[in-house]
Design a protein around this ligand. Structure first.
Ligand SMILES: *Cc1c(COP(=O)(O)O)cnc(C)c1O
Length: 435
């Protein structure tokens, strides 16, 4: 007799190809069918519960099956689920747009909807290119940072720098160059490397795209706001546009609503997704300056329109979820209340820093990471830690040698203890096996 978990697994494996996976791995590492979610917990068909310490790939902010978000989506469901967004609009989108302009860095006055993070990156890249083209200039190069990640559609992949995802497609990617990352070298060296590229390709660069403060997929590599400030000045000096990809760090992850706030910088484009709907539904937006919008605003026959769309652009249910998410930020004073949790996580992680195999512990807001030392990538220790923690009811999903916590904001202090204690045990256990 198959257990309930096994039965679903077999039906799944006979049809489904899962993302970011070598399907053969699932022979030895069975995935987990989830029956329900509740707060910070995911529950399988046999009643095992797991703390979702990675917010289901960084999207969930206020827990699974959040009663308020559920209620707001249900309300919207009774009115309108979706409508074509060219030539039509709806109240949830309008309200969301007004609220985002209100809370985003000053000067981002217009926004364009898309339906996932990568598509927002594509929109920003294409807009920056066409902005110059509309003025009669062809700028065919994009700049990003080493160790960066911006999604996996071809344009987004081209400006990313995670070799693992990119290498296979090298021959078909658009032109981009990577400057040194301030998370990996000192700030002056990183800026110098950026300036060298600006000099070398002067007049050909459409935009620079960065992940402000934390290169999440690149191993939760962190850097200071001062870099963003200096980069913005450099962009102004050379006339290059700045795209802030806050798809992962937006909506309070780094301690402020948006990471750019800490640098007091307004980028030319701000890409948002992931947490925008509280982790409920796919939605993304690109916010931009009025002047960019105006460069596309003219007679249709001029050929200057931005002819880009997605079927689910500005989906009404997703906008309702996003409005509910913003309501929760306001009602519950989330950013203020998170400060204590952030400090508590820092304190609780201290003993981990003293473990022999730990190279570094770092944190920015509600993102905390532990980098392990002395393991060969071929050991796939991330996988070992994942398996170890899962047996103890915690979902961790290390990036290479980096274990990280990016929990929903509603996590309790007891749950923080459990999450970090299990990581501590996992690292100690791994050490003892290796001795
Ligand atoms: C996840 C992510 C993306 C891509 O978003 P998808 O919705 O997965 O396409 C882009 N940039 C950053 C920084 C991300 O973390």
């Amino acid at each position: 007799m198959l257990t309930l978990n096994q039965e679903i697994r077999e039906r799944d494996l006979s049809k489904i190809w899962h993302p970011c996976s070598q399907m053969k791995d699932y022979e030895s590492l069975p995935f987990i069918p989830i029956k329900k979610g509740e707060g910070v917990y995911l529950e399988d068909f046999e009643g095992h519960r797991y703390i979702d310490a990675i917010s289901s790939w960084w999207v969930n902010l206020f827990g699974h099956a959040n009663s308020y978000i559920n209620e707001q989506i249900t309300k919207q469901l009774g009115e309108l689920e979706h409508v074509i967004f060219a030539g039509f609009t709806h109240e949830p989108a309008v309200r969301l747009a007004e609220r985002l302009v209100e809370i985003a860095p000053q000067g981002l006055e217009k926004l364009f909807f898309a339906d996932n993070g990568s598509s927002a990156v594509e929109v920003a890249l294409k807009m920056s290119f066409q902005y110059y083209k509309n003025r009669g200039e062809v700028r065919d190069i994009f700049i990003s940072l080493e160790n960066s990640y911006h999604g996996e559609t071809l344009g987004a992949l081209a400006v990313g720098d995670v070799r693992l995802y990119k290498e296979v497609f090298d021959e078909i990617l658009i032109q981009s160059y990577q400057a040194k990352s301030p998370a990996l070298v000192n700030e002056a060296e990183a800026l110098k490397s950026m300036q060298d590229l600006f000099e070398k390709y002067q007049g050909r660069i459409a935009s620079v795209i960065i992940e402000p403060l934390v290169q999440c997929a690149g191993g939760m590599a962190m850097y200071d706001p001062s870099y963003i400030r200096s980069l913005k000045a450099l962009c102004e000096q050379y006339g290059v546009m700045l795209i802030a990809d806050e798809i992962a760090v937006g909506f309070g992850r780094t301690g402020t609503m948006f990471a750019c706030e800490q640098a007091e910088v307004t980028p030319d484009f701000l890409c948002l997704s992931k947490g925008i709907t509280g982790g409920y539904l796919p939605l993304s937006v690109v916010m931009l300056r009025e002047e960019i919008y105006q460069a596309f605003y003219c007679d249709y026959r001029s050929g200057k329109s931005f002819l880009h769309s997605h079927s689910y652009t500005g989906n009404a249910l997703a906008c309702a979820a996003a409005n509910a998410t913003l309501d929760l930020f306001e009602k519950d004073q989330v950013l203020v209340r998170n400060r204590e949790k952030i400090a508590y996580m820092a304190e609780k992680m201290q003993p981990i820093a003293d473990l022999a195999s730990v190279k570094a512990v770092r944190q920015r807001g509600m993102i905390a990471a532990i980098e392990l030392d002395g393991y060969d990538p071929a050991d796939r220790i991330g996988l070992k830690i994942y398996t170890f923690a899962l047996k103890r009811g915690v979902l961790l999903r290390p990036l290479g040698n980096v274990i990280y916590f990016m929990p929903p904001y509603i996590i309790t202090y007891d749950e923080i203890n459990r999450m970090i204690d299990v990581a501590y045990e996992a690292i100690s256990d791994l050490q003892s096996v290796n001795l």
